[in-house]
Design a binder for this molecule. Structure first.
Ligand SMILES: *[C@@H]1O[C@H](CO)[C@@H](O)[C@H](O)[C@H]1NC(C)=O
Length: 389
């Protein structure tokens, strides 16, 4: 081994130590208790180096040196591996429902790259301490290339139905009839279909080969004038899931129809308009509000009284009740700064039928049967009604 490589090996060790000292300083300065992780990553290597100072200088990568080195690094590496394991346990499932806009491969690859950088920090110096630097580099490059080719070849299928380690693809199928009304209460548009949401980045691309009718010709169109694009969102995740599919289907026919009506519309002394509503429907309902241009939602009878917007500026309210609940009455107050001919506010209510016969439809059953076993379709019937006031 030449002296130059030897020197480089030591420099790489010192640089790693320096970087971890840096993070220790920053974390301590910010008062974060997690600084102890960096402390472990500074103390043990530093101790190792102090104890093995002579070996570092003379022997390089020899048996005894390597054994002591590994012993010194054991605790920090064991602890880091444990933490990294927890990170993957957490992020891998989350990325299976992180929406259509975040590519999970990129996120996981970045996390993995970060972990690899941390884990390799105190072992990079071995490239220089090893007998043949060239061979080591060649091996590492080969491993990288093979991994890269395997990843790009698409050999690894992301889902599995194996009960011992299930990796299902989550899909929501909502058989919905949508009714849109104008300011005068006339129905301006009515349609029905099965609204399909995949919860991850791959959308329907793996489903289409099994269910050909779910393809990109039926991508759902955003209703620009309706809150949350005019679909019966069960969760306000419209900013995460931008791609969905709407397969035309006949009207739904739940036995107990949901009712929604305006009870009163009053002018308040403080010059805003209070709209009181009543909703009767199944155990789960969602309510959507979009104040028109020139109007704002100033108060409502829900929560602590202050309206909270969901991402995108519309309002989303989720309501659920037990079997014997009375009608849901609530009010919203709209402050009108500028009167518009198109009304002051658009509201919509979705009724989700989650139980009994009402939940089912023959179209949903037929469609669900076509889904491969590595998917987990949740299917239910809904109605969606939009009003302008
Ligand atoms: C795509 O979906 C439409 C509507 O569901 C269907 O009519 C059409 O046959 C599908 N295309 C293919 C190539 O399967």
């Amino acid at each position: 081994m030449n002296a130059n490589d030897h020197y480089l090996g030591e420099v790489f060790f010192d640089i790693s130590l320096f970087v971890h000292c840096g993070s220790l300083t920053v974390l301590t300065y910010q008062g974060l208790c997690s600084a102890f992780i960096s402390a472990v990553w500074v103390a043990f290597p530093l101790l190792t180096k102090l104890c093995m100072h002579k070996d570092f200088k003379q022997r390089g990568a020899q048996g005894k040196f390597i054994a002591f080195y590994l012993l010194g690094m054991f605790i920090p590496y064991l602890y880091a591996l444990y933490l990294i394991w927890a990170v993957f346990e957490m992020f891998t499932p989350i990325l299976g429902r992180s929406g259509s806009e975040i590519p999970p491969d990129v996120v996981l690859a970045s996390i993995l790259a970060g972990c690899t950088m941390i884990l390799s920090s105190y072992f990079i110096n071995f490239i220089y301490l090893a007998k043949s630097t060239k061979k080591t580099m060649l091996t590492l490059t080969l491993v990288c290339t093979i991994t890269f080719l395997l990843v790009c070849s698409g050999t690894f299928f992301p889902y599995s139905s194996n009960p011992a380690s299930p990796k299902p693809k989550r899909v929501f199928l909502q058989h919905v009839t949508r009714t849109f009304r104008d300011l005068d209460g006339n129905v301006v548009k009515q349609d029905s279909g099965i609204w399909i949401n995949g919860f991850d980045y791959t959308g329907m691309s793996h489903i289409t080969p099994h269910v050909p009718e779910i393809n990109d010709t039926i991508r759902a169109h955003c209703e620009e004038n309706a809150p949350l694009c005019g679909f019966p969102w069960y969760l306000p995740v419209h900013f995460l899931i931008r791609k969905n599919w709407y397969l035309p289907a006949p009207e739904v026919s739940p036995r107990t129809l949901a009712h929604f009506r305006l009870i009163s519309k009053e002018q308040t002394p403080w010059d805003s308009i209070k709209l009181t509503f009543e909703a009767i429907g199944p155990s789960h309902m969602s309510f959507y509000v979009r104040p028109h241009k020139g109007s704002t939602l100033s108060q409502w009878s829900l929560g602590n009284g202050t309206p909270v917007t969901s991402k995108g500026g519309d309002y989303f309210v989720f309501y659920s009740h037990g079997l014997q609940a009375s009608a849901w009455q609530f009010w919203i107050e709209v402050q009108v700064l500028e009167e518009q001919s198109e009304g002051i506010v658009t509201v919509a209510i979705a009724a989700h039928y989650f139980s009994g016969e009402d939940k089912k439809s023959s179209q949903l059953d037929t469609l669900k049967k076509k889904f491969p076993d590595w998917t987990f379709p949740s299917a239910w019937v809904c109605t969606y009604d939009l009003f302008v006031f």
